[in-house]
Design a protein around this ligand. Structure first.
Ligand SMILES: C[S@@+](CC[C@H](N)C(=O)[O-])C[C@H]1O[C@@H](n2cnc3c(N)ncnc32)[C@H](O)[C@@H]1O
Length: 213
């Protein structure tokens, strides 16, 4: 698994210049108009949920990437610390956040935050690192700090195992971790680790979201 986690980091470093095409449905991610409508409705729902959650105070964003969500956190927060393993993704993030190049699995938080946020990251955490990851989240939070997460919704047909092969636009292939969670399954799992999360899928089921209850 350590080799896969190294390959996963490299995949996102190489994908950095094309990463936003996925979110903004450009180029090879373009789909038919109906899919586009569903995507935009679910994205708007995520944005509204995050606005309602109100990520105030000192916010830590883990695996912040190119900053699609960092740019939404900054106006609401006192300060955003945006961590990512790759300089290539952070170079595209916003200078309005404090950008920290670091590996989540070895980083020690220098302070405790009011909010820990992560989007499209938990699905890349393998089972064998799951408890360790949530222990990091706990250690990064103030005693009454809050968590908010966004991720992929589960596909209609469940795959087998926690690995996926991904291809870049130029055809290069990388093996990464991709785990899909149902909201109730994840809520139960993290309850066992001391987190009470209110999780749901967006209306069209494309995304999972939620935060501290
Ligand atoms: C799917 S992207 C999500 C980016 C961003 N949160 C978003 O929603 O667009 C996953 C991110 O995790 C970062 N990453 C991968 N392995 C990591 C690790 N071990 N430590 C920190 N970041 C890592 C990648 O560089 C990439 O930016």
């Amino acid at each position: 698994m350590s080799d896969v986690l190294v390959e996963q980091k490299r995949y996102y470093a190489e994908r950095a210049p094309e990463y936003d095409d996925w979110w903004y449905r450009r180029g090879r991610y373009t789909r038919d108009a109906e899919h586009e409508r569903r995507w935009l409705r679910d994205v708007a729902e995520l944005e509204e949920r995050l606005r309602t959650f109100a990520p105030r105070g000192d916010v830590l964003e883990l695996a912040a990437g190119t900053g699609i969500w960092t740019r939404r956190l900054v106006p609401a927060a006192n300060r955003v610390v945006a961590l990512d393993a790759n300089a290539e993704t952070l170079a595209l993030n916003t200078p309005a956040a404090d950008l920290v190049p670091a590996d989540i699995f070895s980083w020690v938080p220098p302070q405790q935050f009011d909010v820990v946020f992560f989007s499209f990251w938990l699905s890349h955490v393998p089972e064998e690192r799951f408890a360790e990851f949530w222990a990091l989240v706990r250690s990064a939070l103030q005693p009454n700090g809050r968590v908010f997460l966004i991720d992929s919704g589960p596909p209609e047909i469940a795959g087998d195992g926690e690995l996926q092969v991904r291809q870049l636009a130029d055809g290069r292939e990388f093996t990464i971790v991709k785990r899909f969670w149902q909201p109730n399954e994840l809520a139960e799992r993290v309850a066992g680790l001391g987190f009470e999360l209110d999780l749901a899928l967006t209306g069209n089921g494309l995304f999972l979201h939620g935060g501290s209850a």
